[in-house]
Design a protein around this ligand. Structure first.
Ligand SMILES: [Zn+2]
Length: 201
């Protein structure tokens, strides 16, 4: 794996910078990750499926996303699979952001070149933090989403900027479970550029 891992901020630093919600978010994502590790049947299963665990909260309404891991490469490549369904059903304003990143990559990189396919992500939108934000957006704008009522990008972007807090936690294969803070990849960085992340050290 090429992923670099970092220590996260201390509880006291998170509390002072991001408040009680921030600390609660980090603890909940960690609890989810540790439970996930304990349920995995093999290291190979963790390495394939569970590189990042991410959660997103709306600190204004108190709504919480479910917690997600990345889609695996196999899932991303499966025609009619979960990844394809997820993209089709993505919250529209977020989908636009994912499509913008895809278009940018297509225009600026030769995607036949493995360096650009793999670095940062071969499948923009497949990572845990975008899945978590999609889930949170559908909770926050449930009525609009379920009734196909569009919201403007201005409203969506203001929500991202003012209300959304996210945290990524990596999985350490083996015993340690140290240095598990995780930055976003370059694709997710652009897709989620307005979201406040509790970043690692
Ligand atoms: Zn990513």
């Amino acid at each position: 794996m090429n992923f670099k891992k970092w220590n996260r901020l201390s509880d006291a630093e998170i509390l002072s910078k991001f408040g009680q919600e921030g600390l609660d978010l980090v603890h909940e994502v960690e609890a989810f990750a540790l439970n996930h590790i304990s349920l995995a049947t093999s290291k190979a299963q963790l390495a394939d499926r569970d590189i990042i665990i991410s959660g997103m909260w709306d600190i204004n309404t108190g709504k919480k996303s479910d917690y997600f891991h990345n889609f695996s490469k196999q899932e991303c490549q499966r025609v009619g699979g979960d990844y394809e369904l997820y993209l089709e059903n993505m919250f529209p304003n977020l989908k636009k952001r994912v499509d913008d990143v895809k278009a940018f990559r297509k225009e600026n990189y030769n995607l036949e070149d493995v360096r650009f396919r793999k670095n940062p992500g071969e499948f923009p939108g497949a990572h845990a933090e975008v899945r978590a934000l999609d889930n949170l957006a559908k909770k926050r704008f449930k009525y609009e989403f379920e009734n196909n009522i569009p919201i403007t990008d201005e409203v969506f972007d203001a929500w991202l900027k003012n209300d959304v807090l996210g945290y990524n936690r990596n999985i350490e294969l083996g015993v340690g479970q140290i240095k598990v803070g995780m930055h976003t990849c370059a694709d997710c960085f652009h897709i989620l550029d307005l979201v406040t992340f509790i970043k690692p050290l």
